[in-house]
Write a protein that binds this ligand. Sequence first.
Ligand code: ATP
Ligand code: MG
Length: 448
Amino acid sequence: MLWLALGPFHAMENQVLVIRIKIPNSGAVDWTVHSGPQLLFRDVLDVIGQVLPEATTTAFEYEDEDGDRITVRSDEEMKAMLSYYYSTVMEQQVNGQLIEPLQIFPRACKPPGERNIHGLKVNTRAGPSQHDSPVVSDSRPSNSLKKSSAELRKILANGQMNEQDIRYRDTLGHGNGGTVYKAYHVPSGKILAVKVILLDITLELQKQIMSELEILYKCDSSYIIGFYGAFFVENRISICTEFMDGGSLDVYRKIPEHVLGRIAIAVVKGLTYLWSLKILHRDVKPSNMLVNTRGQVKLCDFGVSTQLVNSIAKTYVGTNAYMAPERISGEQYGIHSDVWSLGISFMELALGRFPYPQIQKNQGSLMPLQLLQCIVDEDSPVLPVGEFSEPFVHFITQCMRKQPKERPAPEDLMGHPFIMQFNDGNATVVSMWVCRALEERRSQQGPP
Ligand code: ATP
Ligand code: MG
């Protein structure tokens, strides 16, 4: 047969591929893909993410001829699956049988809850436009699987972002100022992260905060968390942002240098972007660096609203362990202070522990001022040279110079050899690392 000589991929190149995404306890969604052989693992995860927006899927499975489940976690494994599938299709064709769709089973997915997406059909194309949003071919518009960010922004800008449209789901974490929830935005079908902060303040101050937050709509960088809107209800403010399925970096253990380098370049780009808008972050730390399974790294919780920062500070007193020495001493704060926090954060992520052994960060990063006095009084810690590359050690040492002016300026950060070497736009390294870490965490927690 011709296809044997050319391989099943060539023979099937022009065929439409139907992938049936099986939803645990709830049926399936058919996804039509043109030019399937060019399909990437990431594309499949993206579509699964749209079908099951509330679950974080890092892998999926298919069944071989014996009914054994085989896991797919990479482009290589995708190729093997497609190759196996195309050979079964050829067999079905030769025997005059009906062609079965390729069935895949998303791994560790939660049931989609109240969403009824049984039997929904999605069409998308692989190849050059493979990153297009899938087109929903179902006749029920209320079931749209995904709205683009631009569309979502439009909905939200029209004032449709309000408490009634939000269904709060899991708690993602508690900070010093509030609680972050994973939430479902009903009109857009989008999963959000909503930070709720209790604030007993006057209506006047509420208005001031809302107008100060306006600048967030203008922030447009792939290294900054997407902002969808904020609203006050009684004595609490809800701030709605893009949900990052990998969470924040503080919960990851020691991060290998080649992964950290790729995270660092994103963080430096994010900070440089904020500084270019004359915004100081003021709270650079691992819990404010978020990652997702696409390998994106984004900054959150930067201080755009002075009034919000002040109002939170009045309620929650303490000093942040990532603050630069000059800030602990009550001196002026500038870009250089953000650079210190960048340095100490990356040192912690590299070591897997806070760099000052005498400072025990038990819960959160706030602590009494006197406990942080050693940051002001002592020499800065240095990464062990044998364990980390010279450029990395140099980068951290420069960022953590005690004298603010001796720390690298924004352009020096970007031009630093440690940062430059990872400036290749490769998101796969972070993506794979996040996926693996999430899977490990899940297997330790047991079945959902
Ligand atoms: P602080 O209040 O001092 O900033 P924090 O950053 O730990 O401390 P929060 O900002 O309230 O606290 O965030 C709590 C947790 O919620 C974070 O540690 C992070 O894991 C999670 N989180 C925050 N924003 C998002 C998001 N957009 N997507 C996913 N998880 C998030
Ligand atoms: Mg935070």
